[in-house]
Design a protein around this ligand. Structure first.
Ligand code: LMR
Length: 432
């Protein structure tokens, strides 16, 4: 029945993990997916999460379905974390919030809701570049995806003028996606002053601001500071949409804990919107899983655990900052002529190195060779040339085994004191 189904490419980010796993080299380094590792390179379960989980298990809760919008104690706390307890959206009872299958699920619910109900436009403007999955999520939601300028590769910083110009040039009432903090993949964020200007322009144009906040706490180490942009927009009267993920800041990756919220005009509007959010979610997955949300709720609703957790988030953010410095230091000590200052000036989980796709291929070595060689229609001449080129390399030159996405993004969370020197040597060899 499926002879018409074409072979698809591996996922731009999750496919890297597959390639990494297939590599037998002992010292291989995975800087692909944005998942935090401790300094031994091991996945890290936050002590606050362990404690909360023990509490949840000890409570011997039943396994009944949550409501369609999830575990209420979780969504209430998630809203307070994002908007701040005294946000008018909460005090005036005009926030709709639903638990979601982490950040991706939040985006998908948001995309579907806008597609169905946003009266003005079916186009969403994403920063260029943006998280690789945004495009697919919004396309699958039935929206048209456009881009606005964001990253300036010459300054390796924000193209603020380009961003403002493009947001101004978009038709009135467009949907604009904004990364609340720790922009993925570039690690380049607007300053607070720039956010104020962005808010003004979005208001002037009547655009709808759709925030993706997957890294609250990871940018500055402070959850309130990282929520500056959405909170400022709400203060300025924007009725925003907001996606939250607890994958990174609580390390709850596979538990899939997230939230989607919409700020409404008043309680009456909130009730109508909430009813439609439920109608939309029910045929998707009925209701969300309960365990991870209970764990997150146990943390956020216990002042002591909450404080401990915020300290642990800061600890993760600080280790990443330290690895940025070490990587830059090693590259400079090796005598690299390139300017690596962006590695330490960018924030969040990723560094956008500026390495080209071909250089990323060499860093990962075998991957590029094998994937090309296994393509269905290999150009025999090209293949022979590749094989020859590889045969000329010394074995050590073939042994980078450093895996990251083709766009030159590296997950700094995968760097450790144990691998940073070898990583710097590999990047140095590849970039000259
Ligand atoms: C990433 O960008 O690596 C993370 O957001 C994980 C993912 O699902 O892509």
């Amino acid at each position: 029945a499926w002879s018409n189904v074409p072979q698809g490419p591996p996922d731009a980010i999750l496919g890297i993990t597959e390639a990494f796993k297939a590599d037998s080299f002992k010292e291989k380094i995975n800087l692909g997916v944005g998942a935090y590792r401790d300094d031994k390179g091991k996945p890290y379960v936050l002590p606050s999460v362990r404690e909360a989980e023990d509490k949840v298990v000890a409570s011997r809760f039943d396994k009944e379905y949550a409501g369609i919008t999830g575990v209420p104690s979780f969504t209430k706390a998630a809203a307070e974390l994002a908007y701040g307890k005294d946000s008018s959206a909460l005090t005036e009872d005009r926030l709709v919030i639903t638990q979601t299958i982490s950040g991706t699920g939040a985006l998908r619910i948001g995309g579907a809701f806008l597609q169905r109900f946003y009266p003005h436009a079916k186009k969403i403007y994403l920063p260029n570049p943006s998280w690789a999955n945004h495009n697919a999520v919004f396309k699958d939601s039935g929206l048209e995806v456009e881009k606005y300028r964001y990253y300036n590769k010459d300054t390796i910083g924000l193209d603020f003028d380009g961003m403002i110009a493009d947001i101004k040039a978009a038709p009135n009432n467009s949907i604009v996606l904004l990364h609340a903090c720790a922009h993925n993949p570039t690690g380049v964020d607007p300053t607070q002053e720039q956010w104020r200007q962005i808010s003004d322009v979005v208001k002037e144009k009547g655009h709808f601001a759709f925030f993706d906040m997957a890294y609250q706490g990871f940018a500055s180490g402070n959850a309130d500071q990282d929520a500056f942009a959405p909170r400022h927009f709400v203060k300025e009267g924007h009725n925003i949409a907001l996606c939250q993920s607890f994958a990174k800041n609580m390390g709850l990756y596979g538990e899939r804990v997230g939230a989607f919220s919409l700020v409404c005009e008043n309680t009456e509007e909130k009730k109508r919107v909430e009813s439609q959010i439920k109608i939309l979610i029910r045929p998707f997955y009925s209701n969300p899983p309960i365990h991870g949300a209970r764990v997150a709720s146990a943390i956020m609703n216990d002042p002591k655990l909450n404080e401990q957790w915020l300290g642990e988030v800061k600890g993760m953010a600080d280790r990443i900052i330290e690895m940025r410095s070490l990587l830059r230091k090693h590259l400079e000590e090796l005598g690299s002529k390139h300017d690596w200052s962006h590695i330490t000036s960018q924030i969040g989980m990723f560094a956008y190195t500026g390495l080209k796709p071909e250089q990323m291929d060499v860093l990962a070595k075998e991957v590029s060779y094998r994937s090309r060689a296994t393509k269905k229609h290999v150009d025999p001449f090209y293949h022979a040339l590749q094989a020859f080129a590889f045969s000329q390399l010394t074995p050590s030159a073939l042994q980078h085994s450093v895996y990251a996405t083709k766009d030159g993004r590296i997950s700094v969370a995968g760097i450790t004191t144990g691998n940073v020197k070898r990583l710097a040597e590999s990047i140095f060899k590849v970039t000259g």
